[in-house]
Design a protein around this ligand. Sequence first.
Ligand code: ADP
Length: 487
Amino acid sequence: PLAALDDAGLLRTQALINGEWVAGPGSFAVTDPATGRELAQVPNLGRAETEAAIAAAANALNAWRSKPAKERAAVLLRWQQLLVKHADDLARLMTAEQGKPLAEARGEVIYGASFLDWFAEEGKRVYGETIPTTDPTKRYLVVKQAMGVCAAITPWNFPLAMITRKVAPALAAGCTVIIKPAEATPLTALAAAELAQRAGMPSGVLNVLTADAQQSIEIGQLLCDSDVVRHLSFTGSTEVGRILMRQCAPTVKKLSLELGGNAPFIVFDDADLDSAVDGAVASKYRNAGQTCVCANRIYVQAGVYDAFLEKFAARVKTLKTGNGFEAGINVGPLIDDQALQKVETHVADAIALGAKLLTGGKRIEGGGGHFFEPTLLADATPQMLCSREETFGPVAPVFRFQTEEDAIRLANATEFGLASYFYSRDIGRIFRVGEALEYGMVGINTGLISTAEVPFGGVKQSGLGREGGRQGIEDYVEVKYLCLGDI
Ligand code: ADP
């Protein structure tokens, strides 16, 4: 599929350190999850390259953070424009290595690019403050300064947006960055880096280290151990988040973590059912269910349970699964065989514990791809794995509940707290439930909540910090208090 790129220069198969494209001591394969075929080989880097990238980012720091924010913004805006200009090629690369349908991939490119212009502007508004003095001989001032060298470890489910969401605020604030993209999706990251170079990113300001799963652990350790790296931002599983947090303790590194979710999606008796079905389909089956904000548990109140299921099942049956390059595909492949196995386990467990399979339920054999049928399970219960763990696949378990109190209790009965959703037309209930859900984000009468302008992030074991919004740049600046005496 990569032969069809309009600009062949976007197929980068080397890593970027200090403005130079570098090969590694070895390489690893990037494969197409829809066919299992190899797309390219990229460098499998380790200690030497990580140390070189940290040194490059440290060297570039002073010049970059000393520029007026407006000059840094100009580079970010040029980069944003190039991402949009090359959206079709970036979407092809993304669909090839990640699997999501081409239209969805293109949507991610536009979404991913939007963090750059948003933070280019926010970088100009990193305001300090003056505090009214309590001592006539002194004045109190507060300034915010770039944190320094930052590292970003990103996942494969949003190969571009998870990078720009971290890198844009870091660069806008005056930090320099080292990115370690997911081993499954380095090609999108490298293409984005190529466009950053074309946009005039100074050498060393943005570095990309590619590595396979094994070497990623080593690079992660080195980034955590370094006392030059002042901040680590990670999006991925809660399990790996905990490891990184532990590894960052010796250097007391600042952390932004966007970890797993277990999103409840609640449909109350007074909901607009058609709208709730639209929202459930969008929230559940987008990216084949592989987003940390995908609805994982769908709770439907008894009065509309049967009616909702009937409409929902009819819609799920219309979803077309297949290679994301083909027209009309709604659900692409899962990222790998391990992902397929997890989904199979969750479905088998649910059925064994009494869930009713309404549609789907099995992998689609043949062709070498990792496809699973869009699946709908009714009469799910809290004992099932799919209720306790993030399925990260196209499986919707539906639970029946009786009262508003029950819905809130069930929804909050998890260690996660990223996204949640509910449908209701009652204004009192909207406030009550919106305030009672222990989640960083609540979608009310919508299944799609992400946009660059709002603070994205979780509570409880779903993470630390917020990405996007006015808040997203705060993680990349340090507050400094200046006390001016002898006035
Ligand atoms: P996912 O569920 O998205 O595969 P992971 O948390 O396994 O989530 O991976 C997300 C990112 O974290 C990837 O870039 C991966 O290479 C990296 N990663 C996984 N394990 C470690 C680790 N022990 N140290 C550093 N990075 C890691």
